[in-house]
Design a protein. Structure first.
Length: 72
């Protein structure tokens, strides 16, 4: 069985770096970018939650989409 905490942590790092490089992204765009690199959609959502809980990102709801942005 795979260590999920390590996988979620690794994915959180990839999300953080992607947001730092590209800026704010919708959740769907973030998922699409990371899935192309082999990341799992469910793990991506868990990693966004991890980053939000650690107060590293803001998760905002637009009319039709979720926006993820780094906290300054």
């Amino acid at each position: 069985m795979e260590n999920m905490w390590a996988k979620i942590g690794e994915t959180a790092g990839a999300i953080y770096n992607l947001l730092k490089e590209k800026g704010d992204m919708s959740l769907s765009k973030l998922e699409n970018s990371l899935r192309k690199k082999g990341y799992n959609s469910n793990i991506i959502k868990m990693a966004v939650g991890w980053l939000a809980r650690e107060d590293n990102v803001e998760v905002l709801k637009d009319d039709r989409k979720w926006i993820i942005k780094l906290k300054k």
